[in-house]
Design a binder for this molecule. Structure first.
Ligand SMILES: C=CC1=C(C)c2cc3[nH]c(cc4nc(cc5[nH]c(cc1n2)c(C)c5CCC(=O)O)C(CCC(=O)O)=C4C)c(C)c3C=C
Ligand SMILES: [Fe+2]
Length: 428
């Protein structure tokens, strides 16, 4: 059996590689899932030495890819359901679950069992010789899955969480409809871009006829740490990002701020143990930033660039002193990003940030189309994230260098038990 861990924050250094499999279609933990004929998985060899490629278990209390130490690469995709059949939707979620179990374990979709020579292979093949690379696949359900244009498409209207509504228009938003929203989302993260892309490609392929991809985003270079074992990375403005983030090692904080609790929403108890995923595609005016003095850059952020320490003093992890005065006012400027985003200014709101840098080529003026694909997990998006975003969009001096071009909110079901499919409690 594949030596995968029970906890998605704990890596298993297995030596699983797709090319070292022997094909046993339908074997493994998902044997109990119904309606997924043709999408069985292979068992990996169990005679590999310890230490080697990184694999995270797909099964667990919470979905992997939230508190899992943030990997280096992202492929994020939003889908619309094109079928109006509840049964087809359930079958898709079953099939996606089977494929996700296989791919996160470094196995081939379909199990690598002998297949007809005259049929397309079940796995698209580009990750065949690659190890799992810490792949996590995280699924989310958008507001339009529950009701769209007043229509209860899948009999789910009564189970829509109160907090799952389309995000409002924030000041200065310049959203592109084709980069926003979606009935379903999948976040694939890995330390190898080809593994992340392979995951989205294969899930999309499996969904052919039931869903169509609405939009997608590639990301490189994580912009946060989600574990205290990780060094703080830097965003494309050159600043350390993720210093004051929530971490996997703070279970009480996660219960308070990230995981939906039983009783939070009586109509949506199926979501207990899950969370909400907020995505914002934020373009960054890199060229303008690069012509801005270091003094100005630091006062916009509220931290120094080299160390990441608050301007009020100390080192990276010193708490900012918002009361400290300089010659012309507070040392931590009133409109600095860190001041306005700090829990002290936001009714103790804390988010688990898990974003990525992106570049999508250049625009017609020769400027980099680059930025930060902001992802955050939060227990109550409307009552906690929306007020914070409203303040930042309105008052944050950094906004002069930013443009929000994409947006979405999805409910992320809890972790999946062996033999179950993602979001199963919503349909039962
Ligand atoms: C609504 C939430 C947030 C958005 C959108 C956002 C965009 C954004 N942030 C940076 C750069 C940095 N952010 C930092 C801290 C920080 N940011 C948010 C929230 C949003 N940021 C929070 C809650 C915090 C933590 C505040 C605190 O408790 O101190 C930092 C400082 C380092 C750190 O703590 O992570 C930087 C740098 C950019 C460039 C950006 C949009 C492109
Ligand atoms: Fe920020």
């Amino acid at each position: 059996m594949t030596p995968t861990p029970q906890d998605s924050t704990q890596p298993a250094h297995s030596t699983v590689s797709r090319r070292r499999l022997f094909g046993v279609a339908g074997a493994g933990a998902l044997a109990g899932v119904s309606g997924v004929a043709g999408w069985g998985i292979a068992s990996a060899r169990d005679d590999q030495p310890a230490g080697g490629p990184l694999a995270y278990a797909f099964h667990g209390e919470h979905q992997a890819g939230i508190v899992t130490p943030a990997q280096d690469r992202l492929h994020f995709a939003a889908f619309d359901v094109t079928s109006d059949s509840r049964e087809s939707l359930i079958e898709l979620l079953e099939a996606w679950t089977v494929a996700a179990v296989a791919m996160t374990a470094g196995e081939l979709v379909g199990g690598g069992a002998p297949q007809p020579y005259d049929a397309p292979p079940q796995d698209t093949g580009e990750a065949q010789d690659l190890d799992p690379a810490g792949l996590t696949i995280t699924f989310g359900f958008g507001p339009t899955l529950f009701e769209k244009d007043g229509v209860d498409r899948f009999g789910l209207r009564d189970r829509q969480p109160e907090e799952l509504r389309r995000l409002p228009h924030f000041p200065a938003d310049n959203l592109d409809e084709v980069r926003s929203d979606g009935d379903l989302c999948i976040q694939a993260c890995a330390n190898d871009p080809q593994v992340a892309v392979h995951a989205i490609r294969n899930l999309s392929r499996i969904g052919f006829g039931t869903v169509s991809m609405r939009w997608a985003q590639l990301g490189f270079g994580r912009t946060s740490s989600t574990s205290t074992t990780q060094a703080t990375p830097r965003n494309l403005f050159g600043f350390k990002d993720g210093t004051a983030n929530l971490h996997a090692e703070e279970p009480e904080e996660l219960s308070d701020h990230v995981w939906v609790q039983p009783g939070d929403d009586p109509a949506a108890d199926w979501l207990a143990g899950g969370s909400y995923l907020v995505a914002r595609r934020i373009s960054m005016r890199i060229e303008t930033w690069d012509r801005t003095s270091l003094r100005e850059q630091e006062s916009l952020i509220g931290r120094d660039r080299v160390e990441g320490a608050p301007l009020s003093g100390g080192t990276e992890f010193t708490e900012p002193d918002f009361a400290l005065q300089g010659r012309s006012g507070p040392i931590m400027p009133m409109d600095s990003h860190v001041r306005l985003a700090h829990p002290a200014q936001n009714n103790n709101t804390k988010l688990l940030r898990r974003g990525y840098n992106f570049t999508d080529g250049a625009d017609a003026l020769g400027r980099l189309d680059a930025g930060l694909f902001f992802i955050a997990f939060v227990r109550e998006p409307l009552t906690r994230y929306v007020p914070m975003q409203t303040v930042l969009s309105r008052d944050d001096a950094l906004m002069e260098y930013l443009e929000h071009t994409g947006s979405g909110l999805w409910a992320v079901p809890p972790g999946i038990a062996q033999g179950h499919y993602v979001g199963q409690a919503l349909f039962t």
